[in-house]
Structure formats: C-alpha cells, structure tokens
Ligand binder design. Structure first.
Ligand code: HOZ
Length: 428
C-alpha cells in the first residue's frame, strides 16, 4: 500500500518522540517497516493518513468492544463535553460508573477510579502491601501489568516483543520484591507460596493471559491460586484490564466463577478514553486515602468526559441481552475459519481464543505459558502481518498481543479476513 503521508508523519515523529511513538509496540519494530498513522476510525475500520482503510483486529488494544466511533458513545461524549471537561471535584458520572462496576463485579465492594491500567495495578499492590504488612509480590512470566517498576520483571507485551523482558532503570531492591512463576504451573506455585508466604503480600495474575498473546488458564490453575492465597493470607489480585467487560459483563472472574480479593480494570471501562480502576474487598479498600492512610491520588481521576464514555459503553452492552453470545459467534466464525485455512494450506499453527479475543501462534505446539509462546516463529508472524496489512487488514504489530473482535465486525469482513489469511498461509 502506498503510504507517503504516513511515512512523512513518522519521519517527523521520530525527531520529536522516542522511537516516534508514545507506546513502544506501535512503532512496528517487531514486524518491520514504518508504522500505521491513523487519522480516523469508524466501526471496524481504521483510516490512515493516506486514505487507506483497514479492517482492525487490534481495536486500540482492547477498549473498542463496540467498534470505533460508536454513536451512543459519541452522543454521550458530546453531552458531557457541553458541561465542561474537568472539574477536579466529585461529579455524578464517577458515581454512575462506580455503581455499574459494583453491580457487575460482586467481588468489588469499593472502587477507586484512576487514569490508566498501570495506575490501577500499582495502586492495588500498594493497598495489598499495606493490608498484609508484607513486601513481596508474585507475578507470572510474560504477565504484563503496566509499566510501574515492580512489574517490569519477566514482563510480556512490548517487553517480550522487543526482547527486554526486564527493564533497565528498575532498582535492584525493587526487582527483588517481585517473585515470578510460569503461568499455569500449579506445583511451582504451591512450592513457592508454601515456602515464602510470610513475605508475600499479593499474587497478581491475568485470569486469561493477554500479553504473550492469548493464553488460557488451565483447569484448576486459578482455583489453586485462590486456595493458596486464601489459606496464607495473601491478597489475590485479578488484573482484568483486558478481560474486564470483555470475557463477560463480569469479566473473567464472573465467567470462571472465582472471586479475587482485588480487581484492576481499564480499557473497556473508559470506552476509548484513559480510565483505569481498582477495587475489591471493603477491608482492603478502606485503607485507601482519605478513608485510610494508603496514599493515591490523581488530578484527572474520575474525569467527567472519560466516565461518560465508559458509562455509555457499559450501558450499550447491558442493553443487549445477547451481546456476549453474538460477539463470541463472530469470533468463533473467524477463529474456526483461520484454523481451516491453515489446515488447507498445510501450515501448523496454534490459535488460542476465548470470548472475543484470540491469537494465532506460528507453532504447532500448544501455547500455555511464556516458554511455549516463545516457540512461535515471530518472523512468520511478521510476514503474515504484512501480507494482511497489504490487503487492508490490521493485526496487532506483534506476535505477543491479543487480537480483538468487536460488535462492529461483520460476517462479510470476517470472511474476507479468512480468505486473505488462507492466501497468506499458503505463502508461509
Ligand atoms: N501495552 C499495550 C498492549 N498490551 C500496548 C498499548 C499501545 O501501544 O498502545
């Protein structure tokens, strides 16, 4: 595809911002070439600076479950904007969004709004440390919980993509407070926790891993974490920034019927605007300032415009009783189509999927943790990405991210995607 304007933008951006971007994976380093420069998005389409359009399966990395530019969300935003953009005071929209969250997540008894998933996870861990009076946390290899120091240890997403799983700049003393385990490894979790529980404040886990590509929890894994943490007074934090309102209205925890002590949310609850939230058991959340002594604050937390987009998104989902069924049907149509296409093309791939998220891995081995995700041929993924991009289909520009389907994806577009994928698979 011809992209002279996009290339010019990127050239300029590189002189102004590190790597020309404000978040690393977007720079296309893992797949090569200049990144897409988007000027507009509607439904399932992105439009680049050169007027090319793409069927989008990245969907802003998860928030756009209704599709881009949903009319109900845009109307809610127009209405909210007429009232002003930021008050720095309590406002009714914060209360409405908090109510919607508490109504759908029984494990959340009190919630605090913040402006990103990173803020949510780092604040949840602080609360857990204060509550347990312990310092260490456990995370899983390839788990990505935003970019606060303590989480940049064997992390997924951009860190795995760019080959720097543990970031420089994190003081050794901080890194030493983070213990890691392979995802889905129940015996290893039992051993570590039984041995060290007196030091461990929290276990933070993505109930469906989404930052090494999509990896499902195996039978008994989350249940084992629930049991171990309950037994040893450790706070179990489900990082549902990706899976919240995605796997079901009540996230992965509702879908899998497991109640964590704390939950972090983001993406969909902001309807495409910068919102995060953390919440959980009252006895833990009551420690948060000003009710308790654990400090955490934010000028734009609970911003009225951002809250309006989140409220409109959740209300739109709630107004459609078959929302998640329909979305899953669309995703199954695509995933089974891709599986058939790969089989017909004689290509061994593994596609992990749940609800409306999926990842094709270019390996014939099952993908159940970081190590097996790394068996995927990332060069093949890059070639697949570019083949699809040239045909007008935009996938996440990294093997180690989730692909998302939205309500705005039509059967026609999905069929076209499968057809192009078949052509790509034959070439691979
Ligand atoms: N960490 C995000 C995906 N898991 C990337 C966000 C972005 O680059 O916009």
């Amino acid at each position: 595809m011809d992209r002279p304007h996009s290339r010019n933008y990127f050239k300029k951006a590189k002189a102004l911002m590190p790597g020309g971007v404000n978040s690393p994976v977007r720079a296309f380093k893992a797949v090569g070439d200049d990144p897409i420069v988007v000027t507009r998005a509607k439904g399932n389409r992105l439009y680049d600076a050169d007027g090319n359009s793409y069927i989008d399966y990245c969907m802003s990395w998860g928030p756009m479950i209704l599709g881009h530019g949903n009319i109900k969300v845009l109307n809610a935003l127009r209405k909210a904007i007429r009232g002003g953009t930021s008050f720095g005071t309590l406002c009714p929209n914060e209360i409405k969004l908090a109510e919607l969250i508490l109504d759908t997540y029984p494990s959340i008894e009190l919630v605090r709004m913040v402006s990103s998933g990173t803020e949510a996870t780092m604040s949840a861990v602080r609360a857990a440390r204060a509550f347990t009076k312990r310092d260490k946390i456990v995370k899983f290899e390839g788990g990505y919980h935003g970019h606060s120091d303590q989480f940049l240890i064997k992390a997924g997403s951009g860190l795995t993509t760019l080959g720097t799983p543990s970031s420089p700049g994190v003081p050794e003393a901080f890194a030493a407070t983070t213990l890691t385990l392979p995802y889905n490894a129940i015996p290893a979790a039992q051993k570590l926790i039984t041995g060290k529980y007196k030091e461990i404040a929290a276990i933070i886990v993505e109930p469906v891993a989404g930052n090494i590509g999509v990896v499902l929890p195996e039978n008994g894994f989350l249940e084992a974490l629930r049991e171990l943490t309950g037994k040893h007074g450790i706070v179990l934090i489900f990082d549902e920034v990706i899976t919240g309102f995605r796997i079901s209205l009540s996230g992965a925890q509702g879908f899998m019927d497991i109640k964590p002590d704390m939950t972090t949310l983001g993406k969909i609850i902001g309807g495409g605007l910068p919102v995060g939230a953390y919440g959980g058991r009252k006895d833990i959340m009551q420690l948060i300032s000003p009710e308790g002594p654990v400090y955490q604050a934010g000028t734009l937390s609970g911003n009225p415009i951002a809250m309006a987009a989140g409220i409109a998104t959740i209300k739109e989902i709630e107004s459609k009783p078959l929302f998640y069924k329909d979305l899953e049907k669309k995703t199954d149509h695509l995933v089974y189509g891709l599986k058939d296409a790969a089989r017909l093309a004689g290509l061994g791939i593994t596609i992990n999927s749940i609800a409306s998220m999926f990842t094709p891995f270019f390996t014939d081995k099952p993908v159940r943790d970081l190590e097996s995700a790394m068996t995927s041929d990332t060069k093949k993924y890059a070639r697949f990405f570019h083949f699809m991009f040239e045909k007008g289909v935009y996938l996440p520009p990294s093997q180690f991210e989730a692909h998302f389907v939205s309500m705005a994806h039509t059967a026609h577009d999905i069929d076209r995607t499968i057809k192009y994928a078949y052509e790509a698979f034959k070439k691979l």
